[in-house]
Design a protein. Structure first.
Length: 421
């Protein structure tokens, strides 16, 4: 969350940051105007409160002396009425400012390239040469040929962008989750199984609300939301708490189903399981000291890449430009896996350093020099399970079916998916 201090002391820095994010920099002027009004009204209220306190002392002393204090009491009551009105104005202005601040995106870090969209993203590295497959089938063609994903019945039961995984595909999902979680635990992440429903405060803390309300599934009666990613419950694990410096960094990993309306994805990735309303993901979250957060981002990204390397899948790492980053991120790496049927790389993970943006919203701090300071939070996919399945089906296909990566075989108990004779 952008601080009022930054708004007051460096409004031009904030304007420039919002411009880099393709956000409306005019919001800064509106906020400055509201803040100026707030300070004027707050000063008036404080002046009257000081006067009321003075009269309160006079009344107390007058009563002790047996003096008539009725006029002072009347005056104090008049002042109290004014204070009540001013306090209501202060609260109203504060509410307006907070509402505006909650929809301002995080400021991009100085190492982030400036650009309007994905065309300005920068390739950082590639790993493994894509295999040359003659006339590769798309994952949904492989799945239908092998009879392992039922698209029609998924749509019949739940609607578009829902599927049934059958047989080895269902086991493959379970195997991938176990494999990914085991690998991350080896890297020092503590395994968590989080709640799949969270409250409004948790969604505000990580930045899903209020800006992305249309993307969320809400249980209206209970005022709870289905999680779009386990980043939400994991990051809010320490909401409102102060951690000891010696505890940091804290590293969590979690598997969970995720639920997204995909409101902005009309006509995108219609076929297959690339973009679903319900999907599985293994999430990585870190809490660390500010001075270490960018080193921790590099490590987190490498931990996500490690999964692809163990599975023998070609990928590349992209540094996202300022206009293509997520709302809460200060710096993001996208990891993209090679898909033969599309002849290009597609995103399979995003790893982001949010700096203190989420920590301020969720009030997560640590003790530093005898006082509480906001820590930094990071999150990343390690990995999106469905998209990993897609990559395996497409990259390991042959004319008779699909070979399984060696790292997955001990979890799956199968070496191949064979097409029916």
């Amino acid at each position: 969350m952008i601080s009022i201090k930054l708004l007051r002391e460096q409004p031009d820095v904030l304007r420039a940051a919002l411009a880099k994010r393709n956000a409306d920099a005019a919001a800064v002027d509106k906020l400055l105007s509201l803040d100026a009004d707030w300070r004027v009204v707050k000063a008036k209220a404080d002046t009257f409160k000081a006067e009321r306190n003075k009269h309160s002392v006079e009344i107390s002393e007058g009563k002790k002396k047996g003096e008539d204090v009725s006029q002072i009491i009347a005056k104090m009551q008049e002042i109290s009425a004014k204070i009540k009105g001013l306090d209501e104005q202060v609260a109203f202005l504060d509410e307006q400012m907070q509402a505006m601040l909650l929809v301002l995106p995080n400021m991009p870090h100085e190492s982030v390239p400036v650009g309007e969209d994905e065309s300005a993203n920068v390739q950082v590295k590639t790993h493994a040469e894509p295999a040359q497959i003659k006339e590769p089938l798309a994952h949904y063609e492989i799945a239908q040929k092998a009879g392992i994903i039922d698209f029609e019945r998924g749509a019949k039961v739940a609607g578009h962008r829902f599927v049934f995984l059958r047989g080895i595909a269902a086991r493959m999902e379970r195997a991938l989750v176990s494999f990914m979680m085991d690998e991350h635990v080896k890297k020092g992440y503590a395994e968590i199984y989080p709640p799949l429903l969270v409250n409004t405060k948790a969604m505000l803390g990580t930045g899903q609300l209020p800006k992305f309300a249309e993307e969320l599934y809400k249980c209206e009666k209970d005022e709870l939301y289905l999680i779009p990613t386990s980043e939400v419950p994991l990051t809010n694990y320490f909401a409102g708490e102060i951690l000891q410096k010696e505890e940091l960094p804290v590293k969590f990993c979690a598997y969970s189903p995720c639920f997204r309306r995909e409101a902005g994805a009309y006509q995108k990735d219609i076929k297959g399981i690339m973009r679903q309303h319900q999907f599985s993901k293994v999430e990585l979250v870190k809490f660390c000291e500010p001075q270490n957060s960018f080193d921790e981002l590099e490590k987190m990204t490498e931990d996500a890449e490690h999964i692809l390397e163990k599975l023998g899948l070609p990928y590349r790492r992209m540094l996202l430009c300022s206009g293509d980053m997520g709302f809460a991120a200060a710096k993001t790496y996208d990891i993209e896996v090679w898909l033969p049927s599309q002849g290009k790389y597609r995103e399979i993970s995003s790893c982001s350093n949010c700096m203190d943006f989420q920590a301020k919203r969720a009030n997560i701090r640590y003790w530093e020099g005898g006082k509480p300071e906001f820590l930094h939070t990071l999150n990343g996919s390690g990995l999106a399970v469905g998209r990993t399945m897609i990559a395996i089906l497409e990259n390991y296909q042959d004319e008779n079916g699909v070979r399984m990566p060696k790292a997955l075989q001990k979890y799956l108990g199968e070496e191949r998916i064979e097409y029916p004779k």
